[in-house]
Design a protein around this ligand. Structure first.
Ligand SMILES: [Zn+2]
Length: 184
């Protein structure tokens, strides 16, 4: 029990007063047990302070920095690439918008594909029915008129009729478009 304050002081982390330090030193000089304890504690403390820190592999710092630089560069390139794409997309959109706005007036006067096909089908059926009528008329005329009319005259009549039909179809074809253009 006589070692009690000294053992406590040795194990304590607290700073000792000058007086306590002096009495402890005196006790350690005379007491083998406390002296051994002090030596052991000192050895342990020494062990802790001298254990070398696990040093990183040589060149770790440089490699880490290089990797960081590379990553930063890649991120920059990615950002630039996406910016470039965005710029292209915006430019294309702008050009398209300008194109559409400039041509809107012109496009609105053109028939849409559906209109165009409808017109084509209508004109074609018209042409077929006209052709049929012409053939009917020709056969009627042929029956009524004497057969002595020469072939050249028949060809002339047919040609003239065909030209008239063509002019008629053309007039019908042009009429809706010009009408559309003038009303807009
Ligand atoms: Zn002692």
């Amino acid at each position: 029990m006589k070692h009690l304050p000294y053992e406590g002081w040795l194990l304590s982390e607290e700073e000792l007063t000058v007086e306590e330090e002096r009495t402890l030193r005196m006790h350690l000089d005379s007491c083998a047990a406390c002296s051994r304890l002090a030596t052991a504690l000192q050895a342990v403390e020494q062990e802790f302070t001298t254990i070398p820190l696990v040093a990183p592999a040589p060149g770790f710092g440089q490699r880490w920095q290089a990797a960081l630089v590379e990553k930063t560069r890649e991120a920059q390139i990615k950002r630039q690439r996406s910016l470039t794409w965005m710029f292209f997309a915006l430019s294309a959109l702008g050009a398209l918008t300008i194109f559409v706005v400039l041509n809107l007036q012109f496009f609105s006067n053109l028939p849409t594909p559906v209109e165009f096909v409808t017109q084509a089908v209508y004109q074609m059926s018209l042409a077929i029915s006209v052709g049929k009528s012409v053939l009917n008329l020709a056969s009627v005329i042929r029956e009524v008129l004497p057969l002595s009319i020469p072939l050249v005259v028949w060809i002339d009549i047919t040609t003239a009729f065909c030209i008239l039909c063509f002019v008629w179809i053309f007039a019908i074809w042009r009429l809706p478009i010009s009408k559309r253009s003038t009303t807009k």
